[in-house]
Design a binder for this molecule. Structure first.
Ligand code: ADP
Ligand code: MG
Length: 616
């Protein structure tokens, strides 16, 4: 019988490897910048067009490559960084697999220019889909420049799979932030579609954070320092009162490499216990230095996960270091921006009398407390007319109507008596048919059995439809603020607001200034409390950057979703009987009561039959 096994040609093997190494433009950015750092660069420039889909170029002033190395660098398993498997355990460089350039060259048009300091001229190579198109001498500065054009040009399926430019740009920027934060001693610049987005001079860690996330960040940072034999910790955590609604600013660097670790993240969260409002996340920027022999970074192809030999000790050390800093931050003077951050070790204050840390947690915090009669907030622009209760059951059983849609099973037991409960004080004695389960679900009796409602999702649906209705009205009513509200964001976030400004104005927001890390607001949509504005915008920015595809993008819809998400009652919130009842009624008054704005089920039903069957 004929032999059937064949060795794959190199370009095919490279394309397959590329699938692992290169998922999106941001992966290329990471690999190229890491190579530049390994080459000893002092200055690294990243130039991208169309979020990296058209062009990703990295220019460094590192040691460059010889003509032979330039050609070899595109071969698979070609690396200058390890020679034996043992070297893996001593790793001080970012790369080691020798796969990145070969993979990238297999799926893009690549142009390399490189020159070593002692050479008079440099070399250039052009490779397209693993084929070397040309190799030549060239006049070029010391260092290396690699341009990667038309990513995935030969794999249309992968190219089509890329997300919108906004989303891909977010990934690129995230990657850029990670390496830039890990290396404040290197200057970085990012140019997007011809304009400079970041210019980060050589600085200390604190300044680097501030240069990336905006000047206002400086006052939010609390230094953390700990020096033990197994672990050296340095960096900052964000003050609890500035904790964010999204997990955006959480960075661990182990030996100058960004890593993700749910376990270590938990250590920080537990150090912050009791200091954060529900649903907010602490920011942190922490460098951990450990002996390279005690970690294994080889377990993940994109190298953001890591295995430590002694995780438990690291956890305990990290937790106590952060706790210690938090306990002291209110006696530490405002730190001087220019000062060497190493001098800001909180232990300097060891001998001073320690005042009890001030924990600003408002335990009675309840965003819905203004409305005593009902915590279930609606954005009612006008009072609900007393007779409108019937519409609450749209889609439900109603006398004589047979159009029972999706929930033909749902029949309220005593609709007559629940009907006007909010309009008629005399009926306060009413026996309610709802019950709150684990501060999360509302159980309600229906004719056919029972209804189990997810309170958070249900309220999102209610608010979403309410907002949508009012936001789509052409001339939204705006509520003027007594004093302009100044909010501070990174320039990148301000850019997002700028893009959305016009749509936001249609919804009732009035901006007096959007520039330079600042957003100034003089009016907000009616029904949106001033105190929630910053949360809504934060949520909106993160939604735009992370989730929304370009097609069928509607700012109004997104805004309604974001606001609903921000303002809906949360799991864990106790609801009074009348609030539970109101929630149920409002939910079934919605156009699409069975799903949340993000298409998740808002309730499930269980019929008596089904229950009976469980008892067989
Ligand atoms: P790895 O980084 O894992 O070694 P790569 O495919 O990323 O593999 O790079 C292959 C080799 O090319 C590197 O080991 C290095 O010798 C060389 N190289 C890549 N980029 C640069 C650069 N910017 N400056 C100098 N040498 C580089
Ligand atoms: Mg590399």
């Amino acid at each position: 019988m004929a032999d059937i096994i064949q060795l794959l040609p190199d370009h095919v093997a490279n394309q397959i490897a590329a699938g692992e190494v290169v998922q999106r433009p941001a992966s290329v950015v990471k690999e190229l910048i890491e190579n530049a750092i390994d080459a000893g660069a002092n200055s690294i420039k990243l130039i991208i067009k169309d979020a990296g889909k058209t062009l990703i170029q990295v220019i460094d002033d590192g040691k460059g490559m010889s003509a032979t190395d330039a050609r070899l660098s595109f071969e698979r398993h070609a690396t200058s960084k390890i020679r034996t498997a043992d070297d893996l355990f001593q790793l001080n460089t970012k790369g080691f697999r020798g796969e990145a350039l070969a993979s990238i060259a297999a799926i893009a048009h690549v142009e390399l220019k490189t020159k070593q300091e002692h050479d008079d001229v440099g070399n250039t190579i052009i490779i397209e889909g693993s084929n070397v198109v040309s190799q030549d001498v060239v006049v070029t500065p010391n260092g290396t420049s690699i341009s990667v054009k038309n990513l995935f040009f030969n794999i249309p399926a992968r190219r089509n799979f890329l997300k919108s430019n906004t989303v891909e740009l977010r990934h690129v920027t995230d990657e850029f932030h990670r390496v830039a934060l890990a290396h404040p001693n290197i200057s970085f610049a990012l140019y997007n579609n011809g304009s400079e987005t970041f210019n980060l001079p050589v600085s200390n860690f604190r300044q680097r954070i501030v240069n990336i996330f905006g000047n206002k960040t400086n006052e939010k940072l609390v230094p953390v320092e700990e020096d033990t034999e197994v672990l050296k910790i340095s960096g900052f955590v964000g003050k609890p009162e500035f904790a964010k609604k999204t997990r955006g600013e959480q960075y661990f660097f182990v030996n100058n490499r960004f890593i993700k670790s749910a376990y270590l993240n938990h250590a920080i969260a537990s150090a912050f216990e009791g200091l954060l409002k529900n649903g907010t996340y602490a920011s942190y920027f922490l460098n951990l230095m450990v002996n390279p022999q005690t970690i294994d970074i080889n377990i993940h192809p994109t190298k953001t996960e890591i295995k430590f030999d002694d995780e438990h000790t690291l956890y305990a050390l990290l937790r106590s270091a952060v706790k210690h800093s938090l306990g002291q931050f209110n006696i530490a003077p405002v730190l001087d921006f220019e000062r060497d951050s190493n001098l800001d070790v909180p232990y300097n204050y060891k001998k001073e009398t320690i005042s009890t840390p001030k924990v600003e947690v408002d335990s009675s915090f309840n965003p819905f407390q203004e409305e005593k009669s009902s915590a279930v907030r609606t954005t009612s622009y006008k009072k609900e007319p007393a007779s409108s209760w019937e519409s609450l059951y749209v889609g439900l059983e109603s006398k004589g109507t047979k159009s029972q849609q999706d929930f033909s099973e749902v029949h309220f037991e005593s609709e007559e008596s629940t009907a006007s409960i909010f309009e008629d004080d005399k009926q306060v004695e009413q026996e309610y048919t709802t019950y709150q389960l684990h501060k999360k679900y509302i159980v309600s009796t229906i004719k056919s059995g029972m209804l189990l409602i997810d309170q958070h999702r249900a309220h999102q649906r209610i608010l979403y439809e309410d907002y949508l209705q009012h936001l789509t009205v052409k001339e939204a009513i705006s509520q003027q603020l007594l004093f302009p509200l100044q909010l501070h964001y990174s320039n990148q976030d301000v850019l997002v607001i700028e893009q959305l400004k016009e749509d936001l104005e249609h919804t009732g927001f009035v901006f007096s200034n959007v520039s330079n890390e600042t957003v100034e607001i003089t009016g907000v949509p009616v029904g949106v409390p001033e105190s929630e504005v910053s949360i809504i915008l934060e949520q909106l920015i993160s939604d735009v950057e992370n989730e929304v595809p370009d097609s069928n993008f509607s700012a109004t819809d997104l805004l309604a979703k974001s606001m609903a998400k921000s303002l809906a009652i949360k799991t864990g919130q106790v609801l009074q009987k009348d609030e539970q009842e109101h929630l149920v009624n409002k939910l079934f008054a919605c156009k699409e009561p069975n799903v949340s704005p993000t298409n998740r089920a808002t309730f499930i039903t269980m019929t008596v039959d089904e229950l009976d069957r469980k008892f067989i």
